[in-house]
Design a binder for this molecule. Structure first.
Ligand code: EPZ
Length: 427
């Protein structure tokens, strides 16, 4: 396995262009299974999770042609199977979108339980509740989820918990259902709007995406032949904004929708970080004074995104005084702090709240990425630490950040990747 070597304390300077949104692309790709035809996707990030999704869809008969670096042609003409039980299913949380797409198209689906980052309990009961409300019978057998419906009929569905995955999965299953499906208490993340935009371009009738009530009126047919451009990645953009602030850098983050970044921008301004919003970019200027401590609570969009919680913890470690992070989405998303403690981080975790006593220097050492966003936090810690930091389990970072090393090198970071058979650290 590869590792990253970082020598810290170089302020990041220059421009970086954000790639397409991982969590939008991971929904748009399986959504293409709803048609029998070809569509073109632009701004698709070149990351491991996308490779895995393509792999899984390939076993179902989908064909892919890379038109250029970030443009992909998807041909689902030959897709006939509704059974997906390959190993990749375990390694990709978003594989669960195959349930909604295959049920929607074939009225049947058999998939293995999805995998994904381990930060506590990750149920799919709301996905199942939605499918059953539409008329599907759902059973579990030998680690596989079996879904089957004679027909799908639109229904009102209330999500007891705001769930991105369940919202998207029910949208996919409902596009052909007879009548109207209403999702109440729906998630409002930007990637949900992007997937609804893609579905409507195919001829679906989805209204209200981005609000907490989404209405899907079933249609008889969707058509291919469209081109869709994936929105910019809100979490990658935020990771670079935080990296710039943490290293007292001067960075223009390009290919951004500033509206999507509002919760982070507000927090950075609160922490005395100069943030300038432009049309499709955000400029993080060097701070003129010390960072101010802050309290952060992660919530569904438009609240502070949970996926930026690990990176922003590193920034809070730079601010004198005690800052707090309250994790409002996941049971146990602070495991990465154990790794940062090895670098000198002074943090206390009590359930879903972390107390960070900041303003103390971090020093480089060997740490491991425990999951995708934990890995991003390790990289940011290496960028601010005194001395050299070595990060193993880099494959976790590759899942969601396209060319992270090259992008950081272009901003002046002293970071390199060593390829070799370094043992994958046990978790
Ligand atoms: C998506 O995960 C993202 N993954 C996650 O990003 C992100 O952390 C999460 O949304 C929240 O924004 C993808 O989009 C592939 P949820 P998802 O369903 O859909 C509970 C990353 O780093 N819940 O919105 O799995 C659940 O336990 C990844 O890019 C149920 O109770 O998250 C959690 O507390 C990590 N029952 C809350 O809802 C269900 O059936 C939110 O989960 C489903 C979820």
């Amino acid at each position: 396995m590869d590792k990253l070597i970082i020598r810290g304390q170089t302020p990041l300077k220059g421009e970086v262009t954000v790639s397409g949104a991982k969590n939008a692309a991971l929904g748009v790709l399986p959504a293409a299974l709803l048609i029998r035809g070809v569509c073109t996707l632009e701004n698709v990030p070149d990351i491991l999770d996308i490779d895995r999704m393509k792999q899984i869809m390939g076993t179902l008969g989908a064909l892919f042609v890379s038109v250029d670096r970030d443009t992909l042609q998807v041909d689902t003409t030959g897709v006939s199977a509704f059974l997906s039980t390959g190993d990749d299913m375990h390694r990709l949380r978003a594989s669960y979108y195959l349930m909604g797409a295959l049920l929607g198209r074939f009225h049947e689906a058999v998939i293995t339980f999805p995998g994904g980052c381990d930060f506590g309990n990750r149920p799919i009961d709301l996905h199942i509740k939605g499918f059953e409300a539409l008329g599907a019978s759902v059973s579990v057998d030998h680690g596989c989820i079996h879904l089957k419906a004679d027909k799908l009929v639109g229904a009102p569905i209330y999500l007891d918990v705001v769930s991105v995955g369940a919202t998207i999965n029910i949208m996919l299953a409902a596009v052909y259902a007879e009548g109207v499906t209403t999702i109440e208490n729906a998630a409002k993340e930007p990637h949900i709007v992007d997937i609804a935009t893609f579905l409507n371009a195919l001829g679906a009738d989805v209204k209200g995406a981005g609000t907490d009530t989404i209405k899907i009126r079933g249609v008889r047919e969707l058509i291919g032949g469209i081109t869709h451009s994936i929105i910019p990645d809100q979490i990658e953009a935020g990771t670079f904004m935080v990296a710039a602030a943490a290293t007292h850098g001067d960075v223009l983050v390009k290919n951004v929708i500033p509206k999507h970044m509002e919760s982070l921008t507000a927090k950075l301004l609160e922490m005395n970080v100069p943030v300038e919003e432009l049309d499709d970019s955000i400029h993080i200027h060097p701070g003129t004074g010390p960072l101010t401590k802050a309290n952060i609570k992660t919530l569904p969009y438009p609240g502070f995104p949970t996926d930026l919680q690990p990176p922003v913890a590193v920034l809070l470690m730079q601010a004198k005084g005690v800052s707090t992070i309250t994790e409002g989405i996941w049971d146990n998303r602070f495991k990465y702090l154990e790794e940062l403690r090895k670098m000198g981080a002074d943090v206390q975790v009590n359930g879903r709240t972390a107390m960070i006593d900041g303003g103390k220097p971090l020093s480089g050492c060997s740490i491991q990425a425990l999951d995708l966003r934990a890995g991003a936090a390790c990289v940011l810690a290496g960028l601010v630490a005194e001395g050299e930091t070595e990060i193993t389990n880099v494959q976790y970072i590759d899942r969601g950040y396209e060319n992270l090393v090259e992008k950081l090198q272009a901003l002046g970071a002293d970071i390199r990747r060593e390829t070799g058979c370094f043992p994958e650290s046990s978790q």
